[in-house]
Each structure stands twice: as C-alpha cells, then as structure tokens.
Design a protein around this ligand. Structure first.
Ligand SMILES: C/C(=C\CNc1ncnc2c1ncn2[C@@H]1O[C@H](COP(=O)(O)O)[C@@H](O)[C@H]1O)CO
Length: 231
C-alpha cells in the first residue's frame, strides 16, 4: 500500500507502540490474558523441548520428611534418575520435593513445574530445571506432553486432579497411553473399589479399563513399570 501527502496518517504503528501515558485496563482483558497463556505455552515448550525421557511423580504437597511416603518418593526419584531419565514434579514441597531430592542426589535431571499460588514458597531447592506457571491447565499440558510414565503417590485434591486428568486423556485417546502407577495400595484401594462397585454398575464410566493403572507398594516396582515404555 502507498500513502502520500494528506493520506499519510498522523500516527504510525511505531509511534503508537512507543506512546506513553496510555490507559492500562486492557491488561485485565481476556484478549491480553490469551497472550499471557500463549507465552506460558511457548516458555514451557522452550524449556522442555530437549528434556529427553522423563517420568512424572505426583503426590501430596503436605507430607514431611518424617513420612514413609517421603522416603519412598525420594528413593523413586533416585532410581528413575539412575536410569538416565528425568524426574518431573510440581516443584513444590512434600512428595514433589522428595522425588526432586532423590533425582538431584543421583546427579540426574530434576524438573519442577511450579504453580503460582497464594503464600507460595517457590520451587523446592532440589529442582535443577524449573519454571513456574500461572495457569494450572498450561502446567498440566507440560506434565502429560513430556512424560513417558507417571507415578501417583498418596495425595489430596491436587494429586487426584492430576491423576484423573491423565486417566481421562488416555482413556479418550487424546494422549498416547503411558504407564500410570498408583503407589501405596492401602491408600488407593478404597477409590479403586468405589470405581468398580459404584461407577461401573451405574454406567458412569463406559469402559473403565483397570489395566490403565498398576498399583504397588514396592517403590522399585513402581519405577520399573513407569519406565516400561522406555525400554
Ligand atoms: C500446600 C502447600 C503448598 C502448595 N504448593 C504447591 N506447589 C506446587 N504444586 C502443588 C502445590 N500444591 C499442590 N500442588 C500440585 O498438586 C499436587 C499436590 O496437591 P495435594 O492436594 O497436596 O495432593 C502436586 O502433584 C502438585 O502438582 C503448603 O505446604
């Protein structure tokens, strides 16, 4: 396009870009939010594109070092890393910290994908490749996209949300199938029984395939199953 003489507009795109003192309400608009979401995806893909094989460990943010599950997750992190596989967690305290700790102690890649939360403490000190997300759904995309297997340790709503999201994606074939290990049979039995005895007979699930998940009390077995597709 050519503009000459009076057709040349008084403002230019660069001039508009550099103009100071503009109203700033647009920062709270959905249009701007979409760009922020987009940039989170770009940053996540950039950070993880060359990660290589990885196993994600989900589990409670609330367990302390004195909890047996902490020890187990630490051992699993160590074991996964010793196979040259990265350990991915939500980067927070509890089980996440334990798995990252084991991975870091084994000299492995210890990934923390944190989430901005009120009173958030930041990424745990054992993460050696980390990023913090504003949006849960962007972060969950990273867990699924970059994992070849998942170990779910005991946890609360956060852990259940992550587990059921993954099960839904695998069951609907949105994600390629991957080993999903539930660690600590006593913790998960009630939920699995309820799925079998209530959801299935009431046809709330069409084709629950129990082989989608493996349940174990053995941390080494959990890691062996989670690494199944990497052999
Ligand atoms: C509760 C406390 C801190 C919360 N900090 C978290 N940081 C990172 N990721 C988290 C955090 N809390 C939950 N998550 C995610 O959900 C899962 C654990 O949730 P649960 O409800 O405890 O099971 C975990 O896998 C994370 O991805 C103060 O200690």
């Amino acid at each position: 396009m050519i503009m000459r003489g009076p057709m040349i507009p008084p403002d230019t795109t660069t001039g508009n870009l550099l103009k100071r003192g503009q109203p700033a309400e647009w920062r709270h608009s959905d249009a701007w939010r979409v760009l922020r979401i987009q940039s989170e995806f770009v940053d996540g893909f950039d950070a993880l594109a060359e990660l290589g094989p990885a196993v994600t460990v989900f589990g409670s943010a609330r367990v302390g070092e004195d909890d047996a599950a902490y020890d187990a997750a630490r051992g699993m992190g160590r074991d996964i890393a010793s196979h040259g596989v990265a350990v991915v967690t939500g980067g927070g305290p509890g089980i996440m910290e334990a798995a990252n700790r084991g991975a870091a102690e084994a000299g492995g890649v210890s990934v923390g994908l944190g989430i901005e939360l009120p009173h958030e403490q930041g990424l745990n000190e054992w993460v050696n490749l980390g990023m913090t997300f504003r949006y849960f759904f962007v972060r969950k995309t990273m867990f699924v996209k970059y994992s070849s297997g998942v170990i779910v340790c005991p946890g609360g709503f956060g852990t259940l949300d992550e587990m059921f999201e993954l099960l839904t994606l695998v069951q609907t074939h949105k994600s390629t199938s991957m080993p999903i290990v539930l660690f600590d049979t006593a913790y998960w039995t009630g939920l699995l029984d309820w799925i079998e005895t209530t959801l299935r007979p009431r046809r709330m699930i069409s084709a629950w395939d129990p082989s989608l998940v493996v349940t174990t009390d053995d941390p080494q077995e959990a890691v062996r199953v989670a690494l199944r597709d990497l052999r």
